[in-house]
Design a protein around this ligand. Structure first.
Ligand SMILES: [Zn+2]
Length: 717
């Protein structure tokens, strides 16, 4: 392998010296980026005059965007709130020990950014930057606050989105962005006030401005909306950096805006010079519940006593049986429900293979199938109810589905290796009031037998999805699951469960932190993995059904609190729903997604709602990001990942960087669990992984070594 970048240190030194000479500085004293004995805490300092409570002050979204950026990656930070009327700073250092690796301002403030004689705090920060080689960024900057940019215009991108493009330097800083790489693939700044900036007319001597992201004003002129500025060190002390860098973006941000999501990793990476605690990976795990069983077809909703019309509030009782007709003897289902067929599975497999082979970054894509064994053939341990009372060896013809046979089971078995499998109980009885014995002997064990008889691969009996996410408060059921061997099960992000130590009752509980799960409150031996519900509902199998139900909630007369105000077409429903799903990918969110079997119907003979939605989501993803492969973990892998992140979050992990010498990692875990620390930008130990062109080392801190590891190697700073 060629390494030309390492082959020219002499030439680089000469270039460096020449640059210094050109700047009128002596190169006689070797310039280090920090004092020789410096110790830099790898933690980001967030300086804000904003309140943490969005209800209390109007401009807190920028702070929320900042926290989201750091929480998603798992980078430690400290928020220092200053009084805007009398700004102040926390203690930045003691001796040559720097308390922060980087400085971040959610909103710019010239008193902290521009070290004019009248801004003593900015002078203190500037000195800190020079001394330790620490970078600073303002995420929503008034250009003139920076000392290197000036405002030359503005745009309300609520009314007119800004199509921005990355400069060559921008592409280097954000190599994972596809959006912004050309005029035809712009990075859209939308729903955010934006200032256009140019380099300041009165740029300090020797300062340089490197535009990273640019856009065109309405008069056609091109201006900067994000730049890094380099200010020379005009009075260097021994060990000082030769310059200090400030990055400024001149558009507004919050944690929900796509442009904020797109840029956040690159900003953090720039800010930390690519050496940070934390990691990012892109995940997508659609879980298709109820495989084997029929689902309702909107608007018909089956309850214990019969059918209801789901379009009315409250639902209207329609009768004890499906008003459209009785059970079809060939399928075992009635016209108010849909059970996927063998043909649906064949089309689904063809589609998934196509995604894996033809869609960029999706080679790992594989659906998870939470299945109910009762729905399958008797010869596989099911009840043979579709159609009922037919012998397991009944003749069937794959081409003609009009024979009296269950086509689903054989096609699932034939294609079982294409999917990941998770138990969803044998017959989908809700578990809130179930007994220990019933849960173990009528649900868990029989469904596992079906898995064994079908020979399901990619199946781990220690994970499950409970029917309707029920049973999470039932000690008897949880005990049965524990006996069976369940260690990970799914919870619902829309109804967070109580943490361990709380009263184990339903209520308004907070979600676990980003990409974390938590032990079940009632039975902490079982770990909950929060899963997202989606707007592709359990009871739709055709575009007409989905569009009707979506508009029932969000259309012209929608019953949801914030309907769109008009009835959407199928294409618009796909667009709105995929917009939500792609945001999970862009934010490195590992939480799985909930779907249902009827979403897999080949509604036109080829396409399915789930396939259409995934296609739309992946197409968007590949317009935003590049070279970040999408991971499709099993429920067990996601559970392990979330547990790892939770333990990491709760163990007070500290990293101290000694420039040129190494990094010391320490932690404290009261439960004596091993703490796995993701360290990006450093190769160390046996568990390393390259993703998006960057290495992450997963370093385990154990009680045996007093939760401390000394990574003794020269790390560029
Ligand atoms: Zn279900």
């Amino acid at each position: 392998m060629k390494t030309p970048q390492h082959a020219t240190p002499f030439a680089l030194k000469r270039l460096f010296a020449a640059t210094l000479a050109a700047l009128g500085m002596a190169a006689a004293t070797p310039l280090l980026a920090a004092p020789a004995d410096a110790q830099i805490e790898m933690k980001v300092l967030v300086l804000t005059a904003q309140d943490d409570n969005p209800a209390a002050i109007g401009d807190a979204p920028q702070l929320e965007a900042t926290k989201a950026m750091l929480d998603r990656i798992g980078t430690p930070y400290e928020i220092y709130r200053y009084d805007s009327a009398a700004p102040s700073l926390p203690a930045l250092e003691d001796g040559n020990n720097a308390h922060y690796q980087a400085i971040l301002l959610p909103i710019s403030d010239a008193r902290l950014l521009n070290p004019l004689p009248s801004n003593p705090l900015a002078q203190t920060l500037s000195r800190y930057q020079f001394k330790y080689g620490v970078r600073m960024a303002a995420l929503y900057a008034w250009p003139d606050d920076t000392g290197c940019l000036q405002a030359v215009g503005q745009r309300d991108t609520n009314t007119s989105a800004l199509d921005a493009t990355l400069t060559a330097a921008g592409k280097t800083a954000f190599p994972y962005l596809k959006a912004g790489t050309s005029a035809t693939l712009p990075l859209q700044v939308k729903n955010a006030w934006t200032y256009f900036a140019d380099p300041a007319t009165a740029l300090p001597a020797g300062a340089t401005v490197t535009p990273l992201l640019q856009g065109k004003a309405s008069d056609g002129s091109t201006h900067t909306v994000m730049a890094s500025c380099s200010f020379p060190n005009t009075a260097p002390e021994t060990g000082d950096a030769s310059s200090r860098e400030v990055l400024a973006a001149t558009f507004d941000n919050n944690q929900y805006l796509i442009h904020s999501s797109l840029l956040s990793y690159g900003l953090l990476n720039w800010l930390t010079k690519g050496v940070m605690l934390g990691e990012r990976r892109v995940y997508l795990d659609p879980q298709i519940d109820d495989i084997g069983l029929p689902n309702d077809s909107f608007p018909y909703a089956w309850e214990a006593d019969g059918y209801y019309d789901a379009r009315t509030t409250p639902w209207t009782f329609l009768g004890a049986t499906c008003p459209l007709g009785g059970e079809n003897a060939k399928t075992g289902t009635n016209p108010c429900e849909y059970r996927i067929t063998g043909k649906d599975i064949d089309k689904l497999v063809a589609w998934q293979k196509n995604v894996r082979s033809r869609t960029a970054n999706a080679a790992d894509f594989r659906l998870t199938m939470p299945y109910n064994g009762a729905g399958f053939w008797v010869s596989y341990g099911g009840q043979g109810a579709y159609p009922p009372n037919k012998p397991a060896t009944f003749f069937f013809d794959l081409i003609n589905e009009n024979v009296l046979y269950d086509t689903l089971t054989p096609r699932l078995v034939a294609n079982k290796a294409q999917f990941k499998w998770v138990t969803h109980t044998y017959d989908h009885e809700f578990m809130d009031d179930m007994s220990y014995d019933h849960a173990l002997n009528n649900e868990m064990i029989p469904n596992d037998k079906v898995a064994q008889k079908m020979g399901l691969p990619n199946y781990d009996k220690s994970t499950m999805v409970t029917p309707n996410i029920s049973g999470l408060y039932n000690a008897d059921v949880l005990s049965a699951l524990q006996t069976f061997g369940i260690t990970y099960l799914v919870s619902d992000t829309s109804v967070p469960t109580p943490p361990v130590g709380a009263t184990c009752e339903k209520g308004p509980w907070p979600l676990p932190r980003f990409n974390s799960g938590k032990p079940n409150c009632v039975n902490p031996s079982i770990y909950e993995v929060p899963r997202y519900p989606t707007a592709l509902y359990y009871n739709v199998s055709t575009p007409a059904e989905w569009t009707a139900e979506y508009n029932h909630f969000y259309g012209a007369n929608g019953i949801a609190p914030y309907p769109w105000g008009y009835d959407l077409s199928y294409g618009e429903v796909l667009d709105k729903t995929s917009e939500v799903l792609v945001s999970y990918l862009l934010n490195y969110d590992a939480r799985p997604l909930m779907f249902h079997a009827s979403n897999l119907r080949a509604y036109d003979g080829t396409h399915s709602l789930l396939g259409d939605l995934m296609d739309a989501t992946l197409a968007k993803y590949n317009r935003y990001y590049q070279n970040l492969p999408i991971r499709s973990p099993s429920l067990k892998q996601t559970g392990e990942l979330m547990k790892r992140r939770q333990v990491y979050n709760e163990s007070g992990v500290r990293a101290v960087l000694k420039p040129g010498k190494g990094i010391v990692l320490t932690a404290a875990n009261p439960e004596a669990q091993p703490v796995v620390v993701p360290l990006t930008g450093v190769t160390y130990g046996t568990t390393t992984e390259t993703y998006g062109g960057q290495v992450t080392s997963f370093v385990t801190l154990n009680p045996a070594n007093n939760y401390s590891v000394n990574i003794a190697k020269s790390i560029a700073w």
